[in-house]
Write a protein that binds this ligand. Sequence first.
Ligand SMILES: C[S@@+](CC[C@H](N)C(=O)[O-])C[C@H]1O[C@@H](n2cnc3c(N)ncnc32)[C@H](O)[C@@H]1O
Length: 337
Amino acid sequence: MTTQPPQITSPAELIQLGKTAFCTAKVLLGALELRVFAVLDELPLTGPQLEERLGLHPRASRDFFDTLVALGLLVRAEGRYSNAPAAKEHLVPGKAAYVGGFLERSDRVLYPAWGDLTGALRTGKPRVTNAFREMLDDPDRRISYLAMMDALSTMLAPLIAQAFDWDTVKSYADIGGARGNLAGRVAQAHPHLSVHVFDLPPMEQPFHEHAERLGVAERATFHAGDFFADPLPEADVLTIGHVLHNWAPAERRTLIKKAYQAVNPGGALIIYDRMLADEPVDAENLVISLDMLLTTDGGSEYLAGECRDWLEEAGFTVEPARPLGEHDTLIVARKGG
Ligand SMILES: C[S@@+](CC[C@H](N)C(=O)[O-])C[C@H]1O[C@@H](n2cnc3c(N)ncnc32)[C@H](O)[C@@H]1O
């Protein structure tokens, strides 16, 4: 993790920061929308062939393809374009390590929302209508959202499976666990565990399909409900990950208090989020916090110290916060026996 903010020393760096960054982002997002990587996964193509396959005007298509080469996403050799290794692995729909679900949502939701950052800063109101539940009812958009969530939790799951002593744990529940990607992968790593996932009803069917795919269906149970209205499943260990940042502080405290009721005596609650450092050195997580302003009614990232206060207020004994992967922070909170 960066410990010092970068030193900006030249006008060129300011221009890079203020302009080039969003232009190059849109080149990648546009390439995904146009299915450049999917088309080139079939076979390498010349510029005119690729232009025709994608239905592009000739005016700037060569510049567009060459920008993708210069960004390291395509390779141009002997007059033909092909996917560079990272694009082949991560940007072709259907590949196991595809991260396009995340980027597609960036393009569709976040890019327009960031266009009116100042409006959100002036009003404190999000820039997208909060249509989360409607989105979940639309199978295509739900799958794209789940792919985005899975891309993140697949990276964190092995770390969470190791970050805690699961040997004495019998039951584990992931609250707001989406289609159970984290719970399923922790269950794969610890075959003695029975796992539970609590999430909204539209996640139930994707949960069952995903548990089958991960080979843990016999040990995995889905609990449909609203975590503000319904009781949480009781278990030795609960996790709440990438959930508290979607809500305002009062709602986070409510959820943590409910989690305390649900953790079995002697058990633990594990929280992870992209928490903020005490000093403003981590631009990535601060940007995610602004994402929360743009996309939720009351969400933001928060300090580990704030989370500790909410946990202690609920009755937990809190262990020191620790880094989880590149950007997340994990806190283990114990309930007395
Ligand atoms: C940002 S996602 C995090 C998913 C998962 N924990 C992860 O890290 O990949 C937030 C999750 O909270 C769920 N959620 C939102 N509101 C909820 C509610 N009122 N009751 C239960 N689950 C809810 C969403 O459906 C979604 O799966």
